[in-house]
Design a protein around this ligand. Structure first.
Ligand SMILES: Nc1ncnc2c1ncn2[C@@H]1O[C@H](COP(=O)(O)OP(=O)(O)O)[C@@H](O)[C@H]1O
Ligand SMILES: O=P(O)(O)OC[C@H](O)CO
Length: 496
């Protein structure tokens, strides 16, 4: 048995390889950014071969820099930016178009047409998702319709579709294994989350041949081994895969129904474990598969805030109010309140629970006395308000009360924000000792499959928290502040 598990975290802007030891500690990390392509307004694409190149280079870097041999690795877990769509020719091994990224809006027309046909509910019932360009299904359709000859190749069975996990496993296995896991499949708009099968009716509706689709497996099993010619002479089991947000839920050890995590990165993604039940949302949440493990799947509700940490980047780069994101904290603490100022950072519309793509950012409550500090504080508070909107929707849909919110991501280092979050939610907000929940989740899934870790109880025992924030704010104050936010959102949505 090897001494380490390697997690490959293939994100939207960079790829990382992280080595973990038996105690679940990070031994070494390597990271590489890659190019973003914006061919037209609203379109976002990646070159799938560049992604593969970045993954190869971080694998090489993490091994060389740590001095760890490939043969010392017990298994590999993959976690990935979700929904991003690659279509490749299985004979040539080459993608037939750039990877269309989850953020890309280029399939809006296809989506509008499906909405006109009144199919929103039909899709939601089968897939748990909304009709939105976010998900893979319409991206596959777009590629087939827009790349010359693609439809014919697809009909002949020459084309394969995969989310990034599939693409990487296919490449790592020496172009052999075409597989994905339940969590990634559940983001495609093609997968029936109740039957746990590709949905033939949907595929027919979107004109996507079933032969293009990967085999769907659990999130923790040995899918294949690395091709030694690719992985520096070693055949290492590829033993785990999950979409990055689901992997973070696993890495945060939210194994039981009612447990939730929120990741504060560019945006915020909150997931609530709903156990064996696929809860249908009435409040704009997505129903998704958290993971497949030990012969059963666990479901989750998911809510997304589009602009969170990126609002702080806007303070830094757009408004030049702070030198770096961390400085926002000291500015916010210089004042006792925002003095009635609210920033609604709806720069790209509003996500859960509003799903209002036409809304745009707004600021309310300015007076002659408003200072930069008030403004920065209000921007930080907007992350917490948006998170409360999502959590309230979740608790209502799932008819359960979350007891502790486990948090991770770049912005959790902001103590002001975390305390305000706890005050606003009236909940304990708990930071894990290791902030790398996503990579850790992928490592756990792989390590459980190879026997590196015996079971989830063992994993749970390794978890410790770095800090827990408890609510301190008076109830009347909390209600007053949140009422103000709700009015600000309502007013924002009127301005179109
Ligand atoms: N101390 C901080 N206070 C507020 N926001 C922060 C802080 N540190 C980082 N951020 C924000 O967190 C984001 C980076 O977090 P990260 O988890 O690395 O994001 P992603 O994985 O989405 O790239 C950035 O948008 C940044 O503005
Ligand atoms: O790569 P990230 O961390 O921006 O995550 C992207 C999400 O998976 C999109 O659904």
């Amino acid at each position: 048995m090897g001494e380490y598990i390697m997690a490959i975290d293939q994100g939207t802007t960079s790829s990382r390889a992280i080595l973990f030891n038996k105690k679940g500690e990070i031994v070494h990390t390597a990271q590489k950014e890659f190019q973003q392509y914006f061919p037209k307004p609203g379109w976002v694409e990646h070159n799938a071969n560049e992604i593969w190149g970045s993954v190869l280079s971080v694998i090489a870097a993490v091994l060389t820099e740590s001095g760890i041999q490939p043969t010392e690795i017990d298994g590999i877990g993959i976690t990935n930016q979700r929904e991003t769509t690659v279509v490749w020719n299985k004979k040539t091994g080459r993608p037939i178009y750039n990877a269309i990224v989850w953020q890309s809006r280029q399939t809006q027309k296809i989506v509008d047409k499906l909405k006109e046909e009144d199919l929103e509910k039909w899709f939601q019932q089968k897939t748990g998702l909304r009709l939105d360009p976010y998900f893979s299904g319409t991206k596959v359709k777009w590629i087939l319709e827009n790349v010359e000859g693609a439809e014919d190749l697809a009909k002949q069975g020459d084309l394969l579709f995969g989310t990034i996990d599939s693409w990487l496993i296919w490449k790592l296995s020496g172009e052999k294994m075409h597989v994905t896991d339940y969590s990634n499949a559940s983001r495609t708009l093609l997968f029936n989350i109740h039957d746990l099968k590709w949905d033939e009716e949907i595929c027919e509706k979107l004109n996507i041949p079933l032969t293009m689709l990967p085999k769907v497996s659990s999130s923790s099993e040995v899918y294949t081994k690395t091709d030694p010619s690719v992985f520096y002479g070693a055949a290492v089991p590829i033993a785990g895969a999950a979409g990055d947000q689901q992997a973070a839920l696993f890495g945060q050890c939210c194994f039981d129904k009612g447990m939730a995590k929120n990741t504060y990165g560019t945006g915020c993604f909150m997931l609530l474990n709903t156990g064996d039940t696929a809860v249908t949302s009435e409040n704009g949440l997505l129903t998704t598969i958290a993971w497949g493990l030990d012969g059963r799947v666990t479901y989750a509700l998911e809510g997304s805030v589009f602009v969170a940490g990126s609002a702080i980047q806007w303070l830094r780069d757009g408004l030049r109010m702070v030198k770096n994101a961390a400085d926002s904290e000291s500015y916010a603490k210089k004042v006792d309140s925002t003095d009635g100022v609210y920033v609604v950072p709806a720069f790209v519309g509003l996500g859960t629970p509003y799903w209002d793509s036409d809304a745009r950012g707004a600021i309310f409550g300015l007076t002659r006395g408003t200072s930069k500090e008030h403004f920065i504080r209000a921007t930080l508070e907007s992350l917490a308000y948006q998170t409360k909107d999502v959590l309230d929707a979740m608790e209502q849909d799932a008819d359960m009360k979350v007891e502790t919110l486990r948090v991770d991501g770049g912005a959790v280092n902001n103590e002001f924000l975390m305390q305000f979050q706890s005050d606003l939610l009236q909940l304990e907000v708990e930071l894990a000792k290791l902030n790398e929940s996503t990579a850790l989740g992928a490592a756990y899934l792989a390590g459980l499959a190879t026997g590196f870790w015996s079971d989830v109880n063992k994993i749970e025992k390794m978890r410790s928290s770095k800090k827990t924030y408890t609510p301190e704010m008076e109830e009347a104050k909390r209600v007053e502040l949140y009422n103000g936010w709700q009015k600000a959102v309502a007013a924002t949505r009127l301005f179109k």
